[in-house]
Design a protein around this ligand. Sequence first.
Ligand SMILES: [Zn+2]
Length: 159
Amino acid sequence: MKIANDLAVAIHYTLTDESGETIDSSAGAEPLTYLQGHANIIPGLERELEGCAVGDKKVVTVQPADGYGEHDENLVQAVPREMFSGVDSIEVGMEFQVQGPQGEQFVEVTEVSEETITVDGNHVLAGKVLNFDVEVVDVREATQEELEHGHIHGEGCSH
Ligand SMILES: [Zn+2]
């Protein structure tokens, strides 16, 4: 069976950045399962997997526009330090969950000064060229319920 829209797919993958450093990998863990054609995974990867079959291995390079988007300067904001009054010490690299226009989102502290804290709401992989080393391990028909929900139901999933 070849990967096509509305099929349930399982892949093992290793994600590396442009310098070859591993960002994420399913090696030694359960494969990633997703529903093809339902935007479960980034568009650049989904498109390249179409037509692949079990056992196929592929290296896919995804540009930011087909991945987690370009880095958006508008999502980088300097906010008054008072907004973090409940936090003992603020350091670069800390992550906070904040209420944004599209609901809850994560921001990362990128700069700390006496008056202001600079936070970046971009996805940590925004603006990056991503290399996926992928192996297709399973392709099956999705259940009716999975199609209605637009995602795969793994073991122990009950929504
Ligand atoms: Zn569901």
